[in-house]
Design a binder for this molecule. Structure first.
Ligand SMILES: [Mg+2]
Length: 215
């Protein structure tokens, strides 16, 4: 999949925009909580993590790690029933795609690729997607490759920003997270990572870094 997208981009000289999916392109935490409610659980925003914050509704018992994994697996298998696009993503990416190549890079087991692809297409978010559990930095570097085009990377997880900073240091790193409750509890982004409140602001930051006119 990655190889096919690298080939697709090889002839392009346009700037590159690489977007995470969960909490960036698609809402994740609110839909996941709706799924949890359907199986008798609730996600409590007590800290910036899932494990330990999911409790049964009936008895307020904390779900064990294995149970959280099982519920995440079921959620991702049926994600098309729950997940919806983040506010403003469609307009921003539609506009950016006139001047830049867009690639979705989702840290999800590849077995869920097809259901996610179908869901994104349904919402007109039909940009190429890579689903991998490999670190994101080397993938972003391989997408830029020898073309040396300016690039932007948008994600909600510090670990991914650090990986891209190591492997694609010229890429602008933007922190964007749809869920405002959990975002308020997120660790402070590392120096050099730019925080965008929403997709409108993210688009302006991306356009500025990529040397594009402001939409
Ligand atoms: Mg994410």
């Amino acid at each position: 999949m990655t190889a096919a997208i690298i080939e697709l981009l090889a002839a392009s000289r346009r700037p590159l925009v690489v977007c995470d999916v969960d909490e960036v392109v698609l809402e994740f935490l609110d839909p996941f909580d709706r799924y949890l409610n359907s199986v008798g659980h609730r996600l409590h925003p007590d800290s910036f993590r899932l494990h330990g914050n999911i409790r049964s509704i009936a008895e307020s018992i904390v779900a064990e790690d294995a149970e959280v994994e099982r519920m995440q697996e079921e959620f991702f298998t049926t994600q098309d029933r729950w997940q919806t696009p983040a506010a403003g993503v469609d307009a921003a990416l539609r506009s950016l795609s006139e001047d830049a190549d867009i690639v979705f890079l989702t840290a999800m087991p590849p077995r869920h690729h097809d259901v996610r692809r179908t869901l994104l297409d349904l919402h007109g978010l039909d940009f190429p997607m890579i689903a991998t559990e490999e670190p994101k930095g080397p993938v972003v570097a391989s997408l830029i490759a020898e073309r040396k085009v300016p690039a932007a990377f948008i994600d909600d997880i510090a670990y991914n920003h650090r990986s891209v900073r190591t492997h694609a240091p010229d890429c602008i790193l933007i922190h964007l997270m749809a869920n405002k409750v959990f975002r308020a509890m997120a660790p402070r982004p590392d120096a050099g990572i730019v925080v965008a409140e929403d997709w409108m602001q993210a688009e302006l930051l991306i356009r500025h870094h990529l040397g594009l006119s402001p939409g």
